[in-house]
Design a protein around this ligand. Structure first.
Ligand code: UD1
Length: 419
């Protein structure tokens, strides 16, 4: 198994190009199944989760091609299967996102239950209830969610909690339903908005994307076309934290500041100088040690749970004490134990982590446990004295494109080694 080896102590300085957003491209690729004509998706990041989604679409019979600029063209007109098998779903929870499109287009879908996940139990009851509100019959049998309908009809559903993929699944189903649907307590994440914009470009009628209430007027068919995926706000935030934790300067290009408000505020609280333009964010720490920050994760526009682990790493070497509260997932502190192996001073109390910054971390072999946790370990490795080896980095390849090349370009001493 490949590992990442980092020799800490370099102050990062330079520019990095941000890739397309993982959490936008996955639902958008699934949404292509709704179209009646080929559709191409641009600004696709080169990620393992994208490859898994392509395999899934291929398994459903939708031929796809990828060009050298990583534009994926899907031809959904020949879909031959409406069953998403366990072998593919188990490696990527987001596979559940084919449920809504297959059901809406073909009146039938069977998708394996995603099963356990390292960051806590992640049920799909809201996906199911939302589809039932549109007239689907849904049963869970033999480990599969099995859904059928004649044609979905417009309905009303208020999500019991804010769920990103739940909102996306029900939205993708509602666009082809007969009549008007009203969805309440929707996720407002920018990736939900990006999906809605893609659906609108295909001919869907959606109002209220980016608010907690969406009104969808169903249409009979959706067409093809082209859509470019938004920049990845979590990748952007991760590289900005890399600048902050090393006391350096990082200019993130091909990104947007208005999708990172909460994160930029915390970086300023940590002492960073932030400068933004239409498609860039520059962070300058001016050689200073960061100050500890307190944060509580919450649905957008609150502080993203996907940035929690990276700020935990920042707090480990910051001046003062930072308190981090995780409210979205029940088991999302696994990186804390690994950070402690580098010498971090962390006290965990339920869903709260109290981190007292230390002057120096020291390198050690550590293990990635999930996608964002692995990013935080790499960040800690950038400042730990000596060599840090991060094992099980397949987690990081699910969500970060060429992380070692991009960090290397900023001056980090980082390399990937085959096991
Ligand atoms: C998405 C993101 C993930 C991010 C998360 C929260 C994608 C592909 N993944 O995950 O990176 O960390 O949002 O911002 O976009 N829940 C239920 N029942 C449901 C659905 C969710 O109880 O039917 C709970 C979950 O257990 C969790 C909370 O709701 O506690 C939020 O989860 P959700 O927003 O659904 O996360 P994902 O969409 O899986």
């Amino acid at each position: 198994m490949a590992k990442i080896v980092i020799t800490g102590g370099e102050v990062l300085n330079g520019e990095v190009q941000i890739s397309g957003a993982k959490n936008a491209v996955l639902p958008i690729l699934c949404a292509t199944l709704l179209a009646d004509a080929p559709i191409s998706v641009g600004n696709v990041p080169h990620l393992h989760d994208v490859t898994t989604t392509m395999e899934l679409l291929g398994a459903l019979g939708a031929p796809l091609t990828v060009d050298e600029k990583l534009t994926i063209t899907v031809d959904p007109t020949r879909t031959i299967s409406t069953v998403a098998p366990y072998e593919l779903v188990k490696t990527m929870r987001a596979s559940i996102l084919v449920l809504g499109p297959l059901l809406a287009k073909y009146g039938h879908a069977e998708v394996s239950l995603p099963g356990g996940c390292a960051i806590g139990s992640r049920p799909v009851d809201q996906h199911i209830r939302g589809l039932q509100a549109l007239g689907a019959e849904v049963v869970v049998e033999n480990g599969y969610v099995k859904a059928r309908c004649d044609r979905l009809r417009g309905g009303r559903y208020s999500f019991e909690m804010v769920t990103v993929t739940g909102t996306e699944n029900v939205l993708m189903a509602a666009v082809l339903a007969r009549g008007t649907s009203v969805l309440e307590n929707c996720a407002e994440e920018p990736e939900v908005v990006d999906l809605a914009h893609c659906l609108i470009a295909m001919g869907a009628k959606i109002e209220g994307a980016g608010t907690n209430r969406m009104v969808i007027e169903g249409v009979d068919r959706l067409s093809g076309g082209h859509y470019d995926v938004m920049p990845d706000r979590i990748e952007t935030g991760t590289f900005l934290v890399a600048g902050a934790i090393t006391g350096g300067r990082v200019l993130a290009r091909r990104t947007r500041a208005n999708i990172l408000d909460g994160v930029l505020q915390k970086l300023e609280d940590a002492g960073a100088h932030i400068n933004t333009g239409p498609d860039f964010i520059e962070l300058d720490m001016g050689g200073r040690r960061p100050r500890a920050v307190n944060l509580t994760t919450a649905p957008y526009p609150g502080f993203p749970t996907d940035m929690q682990a990276q700020f935990a790493a920042l707090n480990c070497v910051a001046e003062g004490v930072g308190v981090i509260k995780e409210t979205i997932f029940e088991n999302r502190f696994m990186h804390m134990n690994e950070l402690m192996r580098l010498g971090a001073d962390i006290h965990i109390d339920g869903h709260t982590a109290i981190i007292r910054g230390v002057e120096t971390l020291t390198g050690a072999p550590i293990m990635a446990t999930d996608l964002r946790a692995s990013a935080s370990l790499v960040l800690a490795g950038l400042v730990a004295k000596g060599e840090t080896t991060v094992d099980r980095i397949y987690h990081i390849d699910r969500g970060y494109e060429n992380i070692e090349e991009k960090l290397g370009g900023l001056g980090a001493k980082i390399r990937r080694v085959a096991a």
